[in-house]
Design a protein around this ligand. Structure first.
Ligand SMILES: [Zn+2]
Length: 329
């Protein structure tokens, strides 16, 4: 059995397993990186390397009692603290300290992990700082954050900093699928953002899936040169778009749809995002010239500027539709 983190954060896992092998683990680390990059998984994996009974090639076996207890969150020497509500309170840090002081075996290594470390209140941070300055015994701290700039400089200066690399597009899609999204929605979301949290937030917008399906049929009508595409804007699209944010989302999706056309034209089908349109796109691309496809994409890339200039959104989308119908005729 192999932990996924060994693939997604290859450099860091091998760095830490080497450190542990050489008995060089420091007192405090700050692991920073966007949501979904595996900060918690990495910290737990490192704890497993430290405690595993049968490490293989300096990697945890994932099968022994120690590995399993760490994975399940009930290992006495590995304590995880996370925000309660909006913050990590001083009592939580006090609890952490007491957990570590009551343990009998002095020489045993202990590890604590603070998730969302930037959410510590000022008094929690100060209490932790004292702990980092005078650790009781062999303690290693992992502070995890996606907003390192919000941490007290005094805390940062106590830690060794490691930045986790962003997920590749494929890793992000895989994570989204694991969270229950379809591959198609995962692909669309991964084209819009590189953060798992942001992707989830976008998907939770009211009408998100409806919006996708309306835009997909709009794009199909446009390239089929069906004038109904124009009517679609007012009758089906606008009722779903109320805020400036939603307008921006629509524009991004329209650009992605036209980008798909270009990809099909240049035989890069594997990169296509809205694959439900693929068959029609392929048919049409036998007829359309490269010039037409480039013009269409160029036109759509110009939409954000128009929306910024506060020209009415309906107006922008309707004019764009008319121009597209013209380009494809
Ligand atoms: Zn093990």
């Amino acid at each position: 059995m192999e932990a996924k983190i060994e693939q997604t954060q290859k450099l860091l896992t091998s760095h830490f397993s080497k450190l542990i092998k050489e008995n060089m683990l420091a007192h405090a680390y700050l692991l920073s990186g966007p949501a979904g990059t595996g900060k918690t998984a990495l910290a737990l994996w490192i704890a497993q390397v430290v405690f595993c009974r049968n490490p293989q090639d300096s990697k945890p076996c994932q099968q022994c009692d120690e590995c399993l207890r760490i994975k399940d969150g009930n290992h006495p020497d590995v304590v995880v603290v996370e925000p309660e509500g909006m913050s990590i309170k001083v009592d939580q840090i006090r609890y952490l300290k007491s957990e570590f002081s009551k343990s009998g075996v002095e020489s045993r290594q202990k590890i604590f992990i603070i998730k969302g470390a930037h959410k510590m209140t000022m008094s929690a941070a100060n209490s932790l700082l004292k702990f980092l300055e005078e650790p009781a015994g062999q303690v290693t701290a992992f502070l995890l954050t996606d907003e390192p700039n919000k941490l007290l400089p005094t805390i940062i200066s106590r830690c060794q900093l490691f930045e986790l690399s962003e997920l590749t597009k494929n890793q992000l899609v895989a994570q989204l699928v694991e969270k229950g999204f379809s591959t198609k929605i995962g692909n669309v979301l991964a084209a819009l953002t590189s953060s798992v949290n942001e992707a989830t937030a976008i998907s939770e917008k009211e009408n998100f899936e409806k919006l996708l399906s309306v835009l997909e049929s709009w794009s199909n009508k446009v390239i089929a040169k069906d004038d109904i595409a124009f009517v679609f804007i007012q009758s089906r699209l606008l009722p779903l778009v109320k805020t400036k944010e939603e307008q921006e989302l629509v524009v991004k999706l329209v650009i992605l749809l036209m980008r798909d056309l270009m990809l099909v034209k240049f035989d890069e089908q594997n990169e296509v995002i809205f694959n439900t349109n693929l068959k029609l796109y392929q048919e049409k691309m036998l007829i359309f010239t490269t010039r037409q496809v480039v013009d269409a994409l160029e036109l759509c890339l110009g939409i954000p500027k128009k929306v910024e200039r506060n020209i009415s959104f309906q107006n922008v989308m309707e004019t764009t539709t008319l121009r597209l119908l013209d380009i494809f005729s």
